[in-house]
Design a protein around this ligand. Structure first.
Ligand code: NAD
Ligand code: MLT
Length: 309
């Protein structure tokens, strides 16, 4: 059996596949024709967010049994095409949840206290102590859009730091929200109450662009943190809202197009903190998702149930 890996995953996952006796080929950064060529004799394909697994990929890979996403979001995989071609799609929904929650907390503090901006100036020799008067998270209201695995871990962490919690998630029960100390409210109320808004939904046709100019206008003076998916928050609208002072700041880990273009409007605004999709970038998280996907490929090849298909 041949496993093609087109985005970097932890060695522990590659080792597990090799120990199971499979041929493991790594081909990072392949796209277009070279991706189609590389996948043509693969029985499994392992990706993170860097590979678009389109209909053409399934057509080019007649022997493909499973596509494993070493992470949570499967928005880069054409699920309908996978179904049409009888290919299993599996992800690793648990392994990077805490890493993503911690990065979200870090990004909230980074924007509230302008840490990266002050860092850059100090490294350039400027003692800009007088230029930064930050905002405390303590006592402020956190609006959480999407109270799933990551959203819940963020609620626990920022709730314990003294934030009031409101959440919008039409698919979660009031009881679960209450257990986390969060009040479930409608979307508009979530935006209106939030001093900080944090986004934790998948990217779906329903969530794409759900936070745009009109929604940001309801958050006068607030901060937006997006460590979920780029397309959920409209990028030009967010850049404009921070630039014109409607919002105090933002912190963004994920972008509609990645790697991000140098002319992306979010990169040009001083009060927007950016990181290159680092939410899951911890050793523990990467090891966990890589071994989880390897285990599921082994299961699929052995005709056993695939845990997160
Ligand atoms: P999850 O499926 O556990 O939770 C998502 C939640 O969003 C669910 O509770 C769902 O009900 C809710 N939701 C769906 N549609 C909604 C809508 N229209 N309005 C409000 N809520 C809605 O997913 P998760 O594991 O918590 O991951 C959340 C997001 O974070 C995903 O997009 C995932 O890909 C992303 N993620 C990013 C990183 C990173 O590296 N930055 C790391 C991990 C996860
Ligand atoms: C995810 O959805 O799990 C994230 O995008 C993490 C990643 O793979 O970088």
């Amino acid at each position: 059996m041949k496993v093609l890996v087109t985005d970097p995953i932890a060695d522990a996952g590659l080792d597990r596949l090799r120990e199971a006796g499979y041929e493991v080929e790594t081909a990072y950064d392949v796209e277009g024709e070279s991706l189609l060529d590389a996948v043509s004799d693969a029985n499994a394909l392992v990706v993170r967010s860097g590979t678009d697994v389109t209909e053409a990929v399934f057509e080019a890979a007649p022997d493909l049994v499973i596509v494993g996403r070493a992470g949570i979001g499967v928005d880069n995989i054409d699920i309908d095409a996978a179904t049409d071609h009888g290919v299993i799609v599996a992800n690793a929904p648990e392994g990077n949840v805490r890493a993503a929650a911690e990065h979200t907390v870090a990004m909230a503090f980074a924007t509230a206290r302008s840490i990266p901006q002050a860092h850059v100036r100090l490294r350039a020799g400027e003692w800009a102590k007088g230029d930064y008067l930050g905002t405390e998270l303590n006592g402020k209201t956190l609006g959480i859009v999407g109270l799933g695995r990551v959203g819940q871990e963020v609620a626990k962490r920022l709730g314990s730091l003294g934030m009031e919690l409101v959440a919008y998630d039409p698919y979660i029960g009031q009881e679960r929200a209450e257990q986390l100390g969060a009040e479930l409210v409608d979307f508009e109320a979530c935006l209106e109450h939030a001093d900080f808004l944090t986004v934790h939904t998948p990217l779906t046709p329903e969530t794409e662009g759900m936070i745009a100019e009109d929604e940001l206008a309801l958050m006068e003076g607030g901060y937006v943190v997006n460590c979920a998916r780029g397309g959920v928050v409209d990028e030009p609208a967010l850049a404009a809202a921070v630039e014109d002072g409607t919002l105090a700041g933002a912190a963004v880990d994920v972008f509609a197009d990645e790697p991000v273009d140098a002319d992306n409007p979010l990169l040009a605004v001083e009060d927007i903190v950016v990181t290159p999709h680092l939410g899951a970038a911890t050793e523990a998280a990467q090891e966990h998702v890589a071994t989880s996907i390897a285990d599921q490929i082994v299961a699929a090849f052995n005709d056993e149930p695939v845990a997160n298909a």
